[in-house]
Design a protein around this ligand. Structure first.
Ligand SMILES: O=c1ccn([C@@H]2O[C@H](COP(=O)(O)OP(=O)(O)O[C@H]3O[C@H](CO)[C@@H](O)[C@H](O)[C@H]3O)[C@@H](O)[C@H]2O)c(=O)[nH]1
Length: 462
């Protein structure tokens, strides 16, 4: 009897990193778990918990819990290092008590799924004796870049503090776009900031090395192997990779938005001509691109009489020329936060000027919209290389002078074959067959997990 009860461990704890582009795919994974009969519990830092709790879809089905973050009330960290501090110094002990409490005496937790960027939670799972899988919310190619750090140091491409020693190129796998050392995701900000980010990644890597599984939010076709596999380029002590995405297509629910979506965007779009509008958003996470660029883009759109809908948070608006918003009321719409998926699906939107965040990229593909790429930081340069060079469903912007914007839009809209490529890529990555493959990968993970958890609990049972 004891065993019977123990085998019923059905809770799966999910720990996302607290950024919109990380919480969204994790919520979709939670839904997929729910539909397989598990009870997902999403645990986030307090300040994020309060924002997503009322937007978590379907209501009441996915349990959300908070851990204290050590932040003053209403103090929302927007800075990478402030979040790192909260996740490293504050979260682990609180998370550990919470996990032990949920797990109870009979081991109710089947496993924890932890975003690799929240890697302190991997150690918590290990301390609690709970099986743990890693989650990578982006392309497998960007994970491979991080996992390749020891090799890059060994071959002298980068120093042991992550500093590029020569321009590149970096070879990932055959038939992949060529990258240069400038594309490495930790090269953001001052030399000291770059070093700290590099440290963050080496620590992430050392904690995730011995994971048994890694779930990746990308489509099986992205790499050479469709089935769950060990990373071909790296040593045997690596997790099994399960490509279970893109989760934006696999589980269709509304994103648990951190901010209120401006729904008037959709009515405004209803009044525009088909494919006439540029949607502009740089995601939730990158630092402002600077007042000069915002101003230049704003003036270019106005001079071109180019209809637009532009997501601009308060910190970004300072770059707008004086009186701009009043001047362009008919031409464009500036919002603080948009219902992005609905906007992208709207027939009035012709293309998307994007920072190339992975979720935005997948949502654009799902909506079959072409991309004007302006990568800013992190994995966005790699994503951009795939969009422009490998898949050819977008063009890269070099700047925001009127000439650049005109050239970008006209290249995009006059390329008659781009639509065809979009359709084909959509089919290959999100069509019925692709979905079945991603589901099958997810199912293999579940099988693996239940085999392990059964053994695990049987072993614990007297
Ligand atoms: O007005 C808006 C703007 C964005 N979104 C949503 O916010 C998410 C943004 O995700 P993403 O495009 O991945 O951008 P970030 O939030 O900036 O994501 C971070 O995390 C991603 C996954 O690791 C990385 O690929 C990015 O480079 C990194 O900046 C998407 O689901 C959008 O639909 C909205 O709902 N409304």
């Amino acid at each position: 009897m004891g065993n019977m009860k123990l085998l019923k461990s059905s809770k799966i704890i999910l720990v996302p990193y607290p950024a919109q582009g990380h919480v969204n795919p994790m919520a979709k994974l939670a839904l997929a778990l729910l539909s397989r009969g598990f009870d997902p519990v999403v645990i986030t830092l307090e300040y994020i918990h309060h924002r997503i709790i009322s937007n978590m879809d379907p209501k009441g089905k996915i349990m959300c819990m908070a851990v204290p973050d050590g932040l003053e009330k209403d103090n929302v960290p927007s800075d990478f290092f402030a979040i790192e501090k909260a996740m490293e110094n504050h979260m682990p002990n609180h998370l550990e008590s919470l996990v032990r409490q949920i797990d109870g005496e009979d081991g109710a937790v089947a496993c924890m799924i932890v975003d690799l960027l929240a890697s302190s939670a991997i150690e918590v799972a290990r301390r609690c004796g709970v099986p743990v899988a890693g989650f990578w919310p982006a392309m497998l190619a960007t994970y491979q870049l991080i996992a390749g750090i020891p090799d890059m140091i060994r071959t002298g491409l980068i120093s042991d503090t992550g500093n590029p020693q020569r321009p590149g190129p970096i070879c990932l796998l055959p038939n992949q776009p060529e990258l240069c050392t400038g594309d490495l995701p930790w090269l953001i900000g001052t030399p000291a900031a770059r070093k700290s980010r590099f440290k963050f990644w080496t620590r992430t890597l050392s904690r995730s090395r011995n994971l048994q599984w890694l779930l990746v939010n990308s489509f099986p076709e992205e790499s050479l192997e469709d089935k769950p596999h060990k990373n071909p380029s790296i040593s045997k002590n690596e997790p099994f990779v399960f490509q279970v995405g893109p989760l934006s297509k696999l589980a269709t629910i509304k994103n648990p938005s951190f901010w209120q979506e401006d729904m008037s965007s959709l009515q405004w779009l209803d009044d525009q001509k088909p494919e006439s509008v540029v949607y502009i958003s740089f995601g939730s996470w990158v630092s402002p691109i600077g007042e000069a660029k915002v101003s230049s883009l704003a003036l270019a759109l106005e001079a071109m009489r180019q209809p637009f809908i532009w997501v601009l948070g308060p910190a970004w608006r300072e770059g707008l020329p004086e009186g701009y918003l009043e001047r362009v009321t008919k031409l464009g719409k500036v919002v603080s936060w948009a219902p992005q998926m609905e906007v992208l699906q709207h027939k009035a939107v012709g293309c998307y000027l994007t920072h190339c965040g992975w979720n935005s990229t997948m949502e654009a593909l799902q909506s079959k919209k072409r991309l004007l790429c302006y990568p800013v930081a992190g994995d966005q340069f790699v994503n951009c290389a795939y969009i422009v060079e490998k898949w050819k469903i977008g063009v890269k912007m070099n700047g925001f002078a009127q000439k650049d914007v005109e050239e970008g839009i006209s290249k995009l809209m006059n390329d008659n074959e781009m639509n065809m490529r979009l359709m084909k890529l959509y089919e290959r990555t999100m069509g019925e067959e692709a979905n079945l493959r991603a589901m099958a990968n997810l199912a293999t993970f579940f099988d693996d997990l239940s085999e392990l958890t059964n053994k695990y609990h049987l072993r614990l049972a007297p």
